[in-house]
Design a protein around this ligand. Sequence first.
Ligand SMILES: [Zn+2]
Length: 185
Amino acid sequence: MRVFLNPGHSLGGNPDPGCVNPRCRLRECDLAITYGSLCGKYLEAAGCEVSLLQSHNLAGESPEYPCVVAAANAWEADVFVSIHVNAGGGRGAETYCYNLGGKGERLAHCIQNQLVAAIQPIDQGYRDRGVMEHPTFCVLRNTNMPAVLVEVGFIDSDDVGVLTLHGDEIARALARGITDYWQDM
Ligand SMILES: [Zn+2]
């Protein structure tokens, strides 16, 4: 299986760090590349081919950076997973697919289920916010393969504990979700 991982926002945070915790300065871009890199190592250990790209050009809008969607399509990935962290003070994980009823939804459920199963025992306040469709996210709309965008938790809530201390569990759960999807095919 060829897995394309897209940690959200700009590599190194410039020009777009994603969401930032106003008190501790924790940045989404740094968490996303941490989870993505670790997840990629676990997937490779499980026999997957992995391509990882964090870039400030999702679908051609910033041509001075490598284009995420074009790279995933050209590489002919079997699945595409964009990794993000939420803001707004909620708790827990939510995963988006382009539309409900297809392979993208199945991939989303596999990832969402593994994430919740891994993190809720560590922190009971971590919620299962479910799988939703989001047809206007360009990384979901413009990719040719089943694609999901996972919001691992909230950078500005009590999720910060698991986001910072349990990144390895998060990365392992993401990898297990992806391999679950493949084994179900
Ligand atoms: Zn984001």
